[in-house]
Design a protein around this ligand. Sequence first.
Ligand code: ATP
Length: 274
Amino acid sequence: QKKRTRRKDSVPNLSFENIGGQQRSKEELKEALDFLIHRTKLHDYGIRPIKGILLSGPPGTGKTLMAKAAAHYTDSVFVTTSGSEFVEMYVGVGAQRIRELFQEARTGAKRSKKNSAIIFIDEIDVIGGRREGSQHREYDQTLNQLLTEMDGITTDQDIQVLVIAATNRKDMLDFALLRPGRFDRHISVDLPDKKARSMILHLHTKNKPLAEGVEIEQLATETFGFSGAQLESLTNEAAIYAMRDKSDVIRQEHLSQAIDKVMMGEKTDREATQ
Ligand code: ATP
């Protein structure tokens, strides 16, 4: 049974304020999104619309969050899929799914009375990996269909569609995807620095019973190299330690234990894949 990503044609309830750090990426993204918001103006000037934005960066840095926040910011319906959904599909089925995805985006927007739709494709590298020589290409038709659909986007359509794709293998992508008029806006979403880690930790402990005197700044220093997803996991693990201890509050020691747990977890994962 193939895993099917659930698609929802509604506007996500997640804004850029819910994402810690990533200041520069957020600004770049908003700037590109303003084109979507002011598309009538673009049409008047004969400027071609932005059709695709590529978010690249390590796992767990908030690319999916950024795409959702983009839909919230532009009041667009959000339709999502992942490259992994296309693995081992029969020839032609992938292309058909891409067609459906665009249809779904347009009908979803119409149904919700919105002017725009954002299609989010996570792990775009699965279908958009570089074509080498004449080697058999499993995803050719799927990728071609995506390019065809994107080429068909114009500013005078009732519903403006924007495709946001995410990858942590930008160097592997086919050049055809990166050409002007396709994914020609690239935004990198990197690992958080200390200030950003502190912001993310604040966001994820906001609704948790932290003991007085817990030093978030100290934690931010100790979590060098952690992604947003790992920081979220750390706060969750710390809460579990506190609960096991029958402590009403999460103390610094629970957080320290959780740092070790998250770091060990990563190590075990790495060993398992070696
Ligand atoms: P992947 O490449 O693995 O798909 P991603 O970059 O899309 O990862 P997300 O799915 O957006 O990462 O993040 C996973 C979870 O990590 C989020 O649901 C959130 O809890 C947390 N997270 C990641 N980055 C941030 C951030 N900058 N601010 C707040 N939470 C974050």
